[in-house]
Structure formats: C-alpha cells, structure tokens
Design a protein around this ligand. Structure first.
Ligand code: SAM
Length: 251
C-alpha cells in the first residue's frame, strides 16, 4: 500500500453509470496500481444531485431538436459536491481539444482530475462555462457516452504515475514521447512464417540498433502521420542529429 495518501493521484468521475467503473481500469497495470493506492478512483452518480422527485437529470434541447441535454443545475451541484477544487476539471466531449500524450503527461504530474462524462446530446453549455470545464476529446468520432473516453484518459495517465510501469517499460521511448511513432517491435520466435526478425536487432550492437529504431520511427511517422512529422521537435541547429532512443538492456 502507498502509505502517503497525499501523493495518491485522484480521479473523480461524474457519470450516470457509476457501475461502469473501475471496469477495465480494475485489471492489469492500472488495477494493480489502484489496489496498491498509487491512484484512487471515485465514480459519483450525477443523479444523486438531482433535486426533483423524479430525479431528472436531463431535459429537451432549448430551440428544439432531437434527444436530451444534461441539465446545468444538476451537473453543477454534482461538481460542487465532488470536492475537487485542487484538481483540473475536465469534461469528455467530441468537441474538445484532442487529447495528446503531452496533456496526459501534464495531468499525470498533477494531483489527479475531476472528469465529467456526458450522455444524450451532451451538456448544457452554461455549466461548462460556469465551472470552467476543459473539454477533452479522445478522437474524431462520437461515442454514446463519456465513460469510455474517461477510462481512456485515466488509463493513459495512470501508466505514467511513478512506479506503475516498472523499470522494464520506459514512457520516454514510446509513441509520441519524442513526437514520433514507435519503431516496430519483434520477439521470439526468430522465424515466423518465413519472416525473420531484422538481423540488426540480433547483432548485439546497441548503437546500431538505436539508429535503426530511430530511422524506422522517423519513416513510419513521416508516412503515417504527416501532421506529427511536421510538428515534431526539430534537431538542434548545431548540426547534431536527434538522439536515438535508449535501449533497455534488461528486458
Ligand atoms: N451531440 C454531441 C456532439 O455532436 O458533439 C455528442 C454527444 S455524445 C452522443 C454523448 C457524450 O459522449 C458526450 O457528451 C461526451 O461526454 C461523450 N463523447 C462522445 N464522443 C466523444 C469523444 N470523441 N471524446 C470524448 N467524449 C466523447
């Protein structure tokens, strides 16, 4: 157990479906870290903040149109009751700024997050403005609710918390960490359906392996993600080349 709870990364999720949590966050890496107290999760039912006798949380859109909208008053009460003044307040939304590894790293370095999960047609704009919620998207597609998006964000943060990945995995050597996609990975068997592991990876020459990986990462990024390639950190002016990725020799 982590005894110093002031260091615990805290995720508070506001949802109409608290029973969806921890879900996949309760197993493997994130689940072990949750059980050991590296991070804490509280899934709070938005409906508990509904004030009327029918416990209604939504209403029809002002101006007409299909579906329902989550009410500002109910959601504001749920946010205020969550006691998360010390943490960034996010709302999952396809209209939000796309989530990046850089934003994930910032969030992981902080105390945690309060995360609002939308449903139906979305959320009354006034609560987004009044509680200064940061709108975060996990991609250009529409999910039926914010819960899976919130899990995605939490999972990405939790694996960066100190001690969660262990020394065999390095967050500094994976996709996006250097503005590049990761190089291809291989493992045993050496021969799979007539396909060999590239000889250089079996050479034992760490410098050559690192150069090969960097070249592969650059080629992949250039062809698959021209947007990332254009935005990548440029090598220093002095003519020095980008540093090849470090090689983990222990696994
Ligand atoms: N009417 C909304 C729109 O067109 O932008 C979509 C609402 S969606 C059916 C319901 C909820 O799912 C949203 O309020 C949001 O919380 C969540 N959601 C859907 N797609 C998402 C995405 N790509 N990223 C983050 N959250 C998403």
């Amino acid at each position: 157990m982590t005894s110093d709870t002031s260091k615990t990364w805290r995720a508070t999720v506001l949802t109409l479906f608290p029973e969806m949590f921890p879900g996949p966050l309760g197993i493997s890496l994130a689940g072990r870290a949750l059980a050991s107290g590296v991070w804490a999760l509280e899934a709070r039912d938005i409906r508990a903040s509904a004030a009327d006798r029918h416990r209604s949380v939504d209403d029809t859109p002002a101006g007409g149109g299909p579906g329902m909208v989550l009410r500002a008053d109910v959601l504001a009460a749920a946010i205020d009751a969550a006691d998360a003044q010390d943490r960034p307040k996010l709302v999952m939304s396809p209209r939000g700024r796309p989530l990046t590894q850089a934003r994930v790293a910032e969030l992981a370095a902080g105390p945690g997050a309060l995360i609002v999960c939308g449903r139906f047609e979305g959320i009354d704009q006034r609560v987004i403005d009044a509680r200064a919620l940061e709108e975060v998207s996990i991609g250009d597609y529409v999910l039926s609710g914010g819960e899976i998006a919130a899990m995605t964000l939490i999972d990405a943060c939790v694996r960066l918390l100190p001690g969660v990945m262990g020394k065999l995995s390095s967050a500094t050597d994976e996709s996006f960490s250097d503005g590049l996609l990761e190089y291809p990975q291989y493992t045993r068997p050496q021969l799979f359906e007539d396909r060999q592991i590239p000889d250089i990876l079996l050479s034992g020459d760490h410098a050559k392996v690192a150069r090969w990986r960097l070249a592969e990462a650059e080629a992949l990024t250039q062809s698959r993600r021209p947007d990332l390639w254009a935005a990548r950190p440029k090598p220093p002016e002095s003519g020095k080349k980008r540093k090849p990725p470090k090689i983990a020799t222990d696994g």
